[in-house]
Design a protein around this ligand. Structure first.
Ligand SMILES: Nc1ncnc2c1ncn2[C@@H]1O[C@H](COP(=O)(O)OP(=O)(O)OP(=O)(O)O)[C@@H](O)[C@H]1O
Length: 309
């Protein structure tokens, strides 16, 4: 069974609006997720990411708009091809790790033997093979999350919806989980991933949407979003004083290290020439694409100014 027709976007959201009482938390949100892509769902805290996923999965009733998976409103009976890792984690904590995993494997259509074999091998892979017989509530938070991710992916879902899959993990384990998600991507799964880790986005995501206060601020490939937010920054190390200039905006500047964003029409070469001619004492000058982190800080910065106003 398949969730959708490969020629159509697997997920289609159009003019989605969500009100809680008098408060509108999402307005006019539209985006598509194509079959086979890994899609980064990004945005500041409270911007509406989890709410959108819940509405997509029928947990919330949208106030207005279309939210389709495979051309129709999601029905729980289609759930076998979908793996959802919710933001709120929670499995049956009084049961052993293996029993819980086998139970969910059975619910997802695996045989008991297949669920057991898959779970044992997964637990080894994520470094908690020795915890198979241990009650879930005796595991650390990160270990419990590994079990929950395992439960989400064990039947190789066609569509994986992961709400902050690596939240709370140390860098080594985060990388391990990213490897596992990447394997599902390579095997053809469509992945929607909420994350605040921009290096994960740059590594995995084909396209992204950036939400702010329930409104889309950017949507496209990582390169398109970088282009929209200025494309290039020049990282400069200098002694002395940076000249005021109409050629660039100063993104950051401290301790002799600055990031300069060339203004439209001003190339990096012109910026460098201006700096050198000003006698600023340039020690190094490195043009680079603006990072997603820097884009986030730009968007957050605007938010803080608004909040303070
Ligand atoms: N059931 C609810 N009732 C009322 N308000 C809600 C409800 N669920 C979410 N909200 C509000 O909707 C807004 C969006 O919340 P949401 O959880 O979707 O944000 P998020 O982008 O997932 O945030 P985070 O990155 O912090 O997880 C917030 O202001 C939140 O308080």
């Amino acid at each position: 069974m398949s969730l959708g027709d490969a020629a159509e976007p697997l997920v289609h959201i159009k003019d989605f609006r969500m009100d809680f009482g008098d408060i509108t938390v999402i307005r006019d949100l539209s985006f598509d997720v194509r079959a086979g892509e890994t899609f980064g769902f990004l945005g500041s805290n409270g911007s509406g990411k989890t709410t959108t996923l819940r509405a997509l999965l029928g947990i919330y009733q949208p106030t207005a708009g279309t939210l389709h998976i495979g051309g129709k409103v999601f029905q729980p009976r289609d759930g076998a091809r979908l793996g959802y890792l919710p933001e709120e984690r929670g499995l049956y904590k009084k049961e052993s790790v293996l029993d819980v995993m086998v139970y969910f494997g059975r619910l997802k259509g695996l045989s008991k033997a297949a669920a057991r074999a898959w779970s044992e091998s997964y637990l080894e892979r994520v470094g908690i093979g020795d915890k198979a017989k241990v009650r879930l509530d005796k595991l650390s938070g990160g270990q419990q999350q590994k079990v929950q991710l395992g439960v989400t992916i064990m039947n190789n879902p066609e569509l994986l919806i992961l709400d902050e899959p690596t939240k709370g993990f140390d860098p080594v384990n985060r990388r391990l989980l990213m490897d596992i998600i990447e394997e599902h991507k390579r095997a053809g799964a469509t992945v929607i991933m909420v994350t605040h880790q921009m290096e994960e986005v740059e590594r995995l995501c084909d396209r992204v949407i950036l939400l702010k206060d329930g409104v889309s601020r950017a949507y496209g490939t990582v390169e398109e979003v970088q282009e929209e937010f200025g494309g290039t920054v020049c990282r400069v190390a200098y002694d002395g004083v940076l000249p005021a200039s109409g050629l660039y905006d100063v993104v950051s500047d401290s301790d002799g290290h600055a990031e300069l964003a060339p203004r439209p029409g001003a190339g990096e070469a012109a910026v460098l020439r201006e700096l050198v001619e000003s006698g600023a004492g340039i020690r190094s000058f490195t043009p680079a694409r603006i990072s997603l982190d820097e884009i986030f800080i730009k968007v957050y910065g605007e938010q803080n100014e608004l909040t303070e106003a």
